[in-house]
Design a protein around this ligand. Sequence first.
Ligand code: SF4
Ligand code: SF4
Length: 335
Amino acid sequence: MRLGKTNLEVNKNGFGALPIQRRNEKDSIEILKTAYENGIDFYDTARFYTDSEEKLGKAFKNVREDIYLASKTGTETPEEFWKDLETSLKELKTDYLDLYQFHNISFCPKKEDDIYQAMLDAKNQGLVNHIGITTHKITHAHEALESGLYETLQYPFSYLSGETEIELVEKCAKLDVGFIAMKAMGGGLIKNSKASFAYINQFDNVLPIWGIQKLEELNEFLSYDESTTLTDELKADIEDDKKELGENFCRGCGYCMPCPEGINISLCARMSLWIRRFPTEPNMDERTQKIMEQTKDCTRCYSCVDKCPYELDIPELLKENYEDYINVLKGRTII
Ligand code: SF4
Ligand code: SF4
C-alpha cells in the first residue's frame, strides 16, 4: 500500500516495536529478522521505548536500505529534539529516518513553533525524510491535518473505533495523509487478529502497526494479506466483541497516568474485561489483589479524567471494576 503523500510503498502489515522492549535481545532480533524475511518492511519505534531502537538497529544494520524506519520524539524543545534525534539515529545504526513523528506532545506544532522548525531543519539536512505526528487527541489530529504540515497521522484505530475515527481516516484519505493505526488490537483487548486485519484492510490508506512480541503473533499476521477480507463470519465476530466491550471501556493507553495516589489505572479500569477475555486465574494472585485494593485510595480528584482521550469516568470505572473483581475473587460471581 501507499502511505499517503510520503509515497512510501509498504507492506500492509506494519510492525509496532513497542512490545519488543519486553523481550530479551536474542528473541527480539529473531522476531524482527523473521518479520523482515517475510516481507514486513515498515517498523515503528520511539525514543521513549527504552531499548527498542537499539534492537532494531542490531537486527537491521545490514539491510537498512530495504526497510522503512519510523521513530518519534516526545520532546517539546529544539535542544531536546536534536539530542533525541541524534540518539535515535545512533541506536538505529542509520544516518536517516524514513519518518520522524512528534510523539503525543501537549500541542500540535505549527510552522511558527521552534520545535516544528527543528523538525524541518532535520528534513532539510536529510536526517529525516518525512514528518508525522502521533496523538490520542482528536482535536490535535484535526489540527495537524488542517495545518497541512504532516505527511502521516498516527492515531488509535481498530474495529472497536467509532464514527469519529472513521471520519478521521476519510479526512486523511482526502488530504493524502498516511494514516498509521496504533492500538489496532484495541490496546490488547481484541483477540481476533484475522478480524482486525480484515477490518483495517477495508481502508486503503490505513497502515496498522501491530504490537508484536511473540513469533506466534507475528506468524498470525504473516498469514494475512490484502486478499484477507471481511467475511460474514468475521463481521459477526466483530459485532459480538463490540457488544461485549460496550462503549465506555478503558483502552489501556495509560495517558491518564500517573495517578497521585499511585493507582494503576490502565490495569484496574479494565480488570473486568481482562478476567473475562483472558485466563482468570493469573489475575487473582496476591500481587494483582494488592493493585486492585489500591483503587480504594481514589480521592476522586478527577485529574486523570481530564487526560483520558475517551472521556471516561475513571473513578466510577475503577469502583465498578473493583467490586466485580472482589465478587469474582470471593466466588460470588462465576465467570
Ligand atoms: S480521580 Fe482517582 S484515579 Fe484519578 S487521578 Fe484522582 S485519585 Fe487517581
Ligand atoms: S482510563 Fe482512559 S486514559 Fe486511562 S488508560 Fe484507560 S483509556 Fe487510557
